[in-house]
Design a protein around this ligand. Structure first.
Ligand code: FE2
Length: 461
């Protein structure tokens, strides 16, 4: 079956109480909220796995990705482990497949060789797990154990499925063939001229969170950080700006690259962002099966950390640290508080940010004026994940929860932090405090960046 499917769904556009206010919903309100999120998330997974035929589902489109049918059954397997068995205390449904869907046992490139559940079996398995979960949601006390306080385990599983939905969207981007997903275009940029960069004055701010109910262990706890003066780009770096770097010989000059970055650029023979192709004097890019002229005003997409870092050096700037990024996104100088999102504490709506696969491309730089941060920077949330210069490290006072393999085993200099979510990220898996991480060579993800710099002596008067 190859049908054209709308990736955006209407339900995600309805106004919703903020997730930070889950405590105000009461137990029954919390249960219906969880059920809504589970159902909404599953609809997305069904679009991503129902828009291609069985052959496409079971095939590996890139050694970087799992077959889509692995993601699907893995979503069910994690839901079974955490909700059916751990929270619900129920008997295992398919203990025989635990190992097949353990991401730590089998690297992605090996997954097509495993005796995986077929598409029909995988669908029936995830459906059976979900029926059990909705049943236990009605009768499980949501207190008395940290795992279930404010329905944390359910929130974790919603986020897990949403993260795989973004991963599956990246697989769709890698698959060959005609387009199967459609969505409306994002809003245009406003007509007003924006400054190229904004100043974030030096001083302390509160980084991370101790109160966000569904925040994951690596976002905790809230802690004070002093950040000196810095300037940050108002918007992510655009295709037009990045093209100047490419055409100005940026990929041929080692002086813009770190030693490691240059070695990778040589080894992988990089000449431009992934999915770009030269076309006479111009450039084309491939996007979910469409080959189209490179849109100059859109944030650049599918660049590795190394490419982002080289561009920033070429531009006379640098990547922001993770602390700078979060301060730009959350610090409200009027109150001294850190906001949940750049625009305030309310959950993201379609007027704030390009999230949730509502659109299958980033919006032009300068869009979403209602999503601007107090410092004036735009599109910090949504559109493209933004590489920072920081290694993925624990915050002071970090405690692994509920398992070490969620974050702790990834801490260290091998992984760089990305912030802010992309058009492929759901609001449930994106907050001002949310931290993503990846290898510095990765570029099949929906990654872009913006630059920052330290003011020159005397520049600020
Ligand atoms: Fe997973």
């Amino acid at each position: 079956m190859t049908t054209r499917s709308q990736a955006g769904t209407e339900s995600q556009d309805a106004p919703r109480p903020g997730r930070g206010d889950l405590a105000e919903l009461g137990v029954e309100g919390l249960r219906s909220r969880v059920a809504e999120e589970l159902v909404r998330t599953r609809e997305r997974s069904e679009v991503l796995t129902g828009s291609v035929d069985d052959d496409d589902l079971t095939r590996q489109h890139s050694p970087l990705m799992s077959p889509l049918v692995w993601d699907l059954a893995h979503i069910g397997s994690q839901e079974e482990l955490w909700l059916v068995r751990d929270v619900g205390g129920a008997e295992a449904i398919r203990p025989d497949i635990d190992d097949l869907y353990d991401a730590f046992q089998h690297p992605r490139r090996d997954r097509p060789q495993l005796p995986l559940l077929g598409p029909a079996e995988a669908r029936s398995y995830v459906g059976e797990v979900r029926t059990k979960v909705l049943d236990l949601l009605d009768r499980t006390p949501l207190e008395g154990r940290r795992l279930v306080e404010q329905a944390f385990a359910f929130g974790m599983i919603v986020q897990h499925e949403q993260q795989h939905d973004e991963t599956m969207l990246a697989t769709h981007q890698l698959r060959k063939g005609p387009p199967v997903l459609t969505a409306d275009d994002p809003p245009a940029a406003g007509a007003e001229a924006l400054p190229a960069e904004v100043l974030v004055p030096g001083g302390p701010f509160t980084m991370g969170t101790s109160t966000e109910p569904w925040a994951l262990d690596n976002e905790r706890p809230a802690h004070p950080v002093h950040v000196p003066d810095f300037l940050i780009d108002t918007t992510p770096v655009t295709n037009a700006a990045y093209r100047r770097f490419v055409e100005g010989g940026g990929y041929d000059q080692p002086r813009w690259w770190s030693e490691e970055g240059w070695a990778y650029r040589q080894h992988a023979e990089l000449t431009a962002p992934r999915f770009w192709r030269r076309d006479g004097d111009g450039w084309l890019r491939r996007r979910f099966g469409h080959v189209e002229p490179l849109p100059p005003d859109e944030p650049v997409l599918h660049v590795s950390f190394h490419e982002a870092e080289a561009y920033a050096r070429w531009a006379g700037k640098r990547l922001p640290t993770e602390q700078e990024w979060e301060k730009a996104a959350r610090h409200d100088p009027r109150t001294g508080r850190s906001l949940r999102y750049p625009w305030g504490d309310g959950d993201p709506g379609p007027e704030h940010a390009n999230l949730g696969q509502r659109h299958l491309r980033p919006a032009a730089a300068g869009a979403y004026p209602l999503g601007a941060a107090p410092c004036g920077a735009r599109q910090l949330i949504g559109d493209v994940w933004e590489w920072t210069s920081s290694d993925f490290l624990p915050y002071p006072g970090f405690g692994a929860f509920p398992y070490r393999e969620y974050s702790e085993v990834f801490f260290g200099p091998g992984h760089k932090v990305l912030r802010g979510g992309s058009f492929g990220t759901d609001a449930a898996a994106c907050r001002g405090t949310f931290r993503n991480w990846d290898l510095p060579i990765r570029r099949q993800i929906f990654s872009g960046f913006r630059c920052a710099r330290t003011p020159r002596p005397g520049e600020l008067g």
